[in-house]
Ligand binder design. Structure first.
Ligand code: ZN
Length: 284
């Protein structure tokens, strides 16, 4: 059983903010707007610009009464495998044709190129388009790119090249962060296909699931020892591992709505995982 106190905690604006720290309506809308504008301009299909869209500073509380879990499907469906290589670009410096995109340096004159707006994070990071991507390969690619693109390397170059390196560096950071964690990776994959998960009501979660969650939250609040908190952490990790498998299977089968519902659950468990860390730090 869970008490009124725990109900209040879980349903309070603060708790909702904790549950969805990076998911704001405003950011989703801006992402969508950018996507539509971009698609219209270039006839490419992408959900993302180079702007920071996952980890913005929008205060969730400013969203007023929208403190509920809502999900929405964008009216425009973005094709599954968008190919940024459809548009042939030329090097801004030597005008040589760039044969593949996204491209960081011109093969001919070796000069840094501007970030390509809307390039798929999977392509930027040279990763397979899959939920169970190889994070070791991702990390390796990230370090390799940051080594060559880092603004420090361009301090003696033109202002334009410095700007491009800053831009490329930022995009690579964003792509890396988004793809590293299963939760943001899954949400990104759904957004690429025109499905977004918004802040809002718990329409995606049934009452049984929410009750289970409240019980875990309450148990965590009442944990008296690190062992008790660790036990909850361990169980949560197990849940997250199960969800990862289920989400992968749903995405492979193209069951996007099922994947969306599972990702919503993953969000809650990821939040509990964070709270376990906080709790453990209290025992230090
Ligand atoms: Zn060139």
């Amino acid at each position: 059983m869970w008490s009124l106190k725990s109900l209040r905690i879980v349903c309070s604006p603060r708790a909702l903010t904790l549950l969805h720290p990076n998911w704001s309506m405003a950011s989703r809308q801006s992402v969508y707007k950018a996507a539509v504008t971009f698609s219209a301009q270039f006839m490419l299909s992408t959900g993302f610009s180079t702007k920071d869209t996952w980890h913005n500073n929008t205060n969730f509380k400013t969203l007023g009464k929208e403190e509920k879990l809502i999900s929405c499907t964008n009216p425009v469906s973005l094709p599954r495998n968008y190919c940024t290589g459809q548009v042939k670009l030329n090097c801004w410096n030597c005008k040589q044709r760039l044969d593949k995109t996204p491209v960081f340096f011109c093969m001919s004159c070796k000069v840094i190129q501007p970030p390509e707006e809307g390039a798929s994070y999977f392509k930027i990071m040279d990763c397979d388009y899959t939920f169970t991507l190889d994070t070791q390969k991702l990390q390796k690619r990230y370090l390799q790119l940051q080594r060559s693109l880092h603004p420090d390397n361009f301090s003696q170059r033109s202002v334009k090249e410095q700007e491009y390196s800053e831009g490329q560096s930022a995009v690579v950071n964003k792509a890396y962060k988004t793809l590293l964690k299963p939760l943001s990776r899954g949400v990104y994959m759904l957004e690429m296909q025109g499905i977004c998960i918004e802040e809002g009501t718990d329409s995606g979660a049934d009452s049984k699931f929410l009750m289970e969650l409240m019980e875990i939250n309450e148990a965590l609040d009442e944990a008296q020892t690190p062992e008790e908190a660790n036990k909850i952490g361990h169980d949560t990790k197990g849940k997250l591992a199960d969800l990862t498998k289920e989400i992968d299977a749903a995405l492979l089968k193209g069951e996007l709505q099922a994947a969306k519902a599972l990702l919503a659950q993953m969000k809650y468990y990821a939040n509990i995982e964070e709270k376990v860390k906080e709790k453990l730090s209290e025992f230090m």
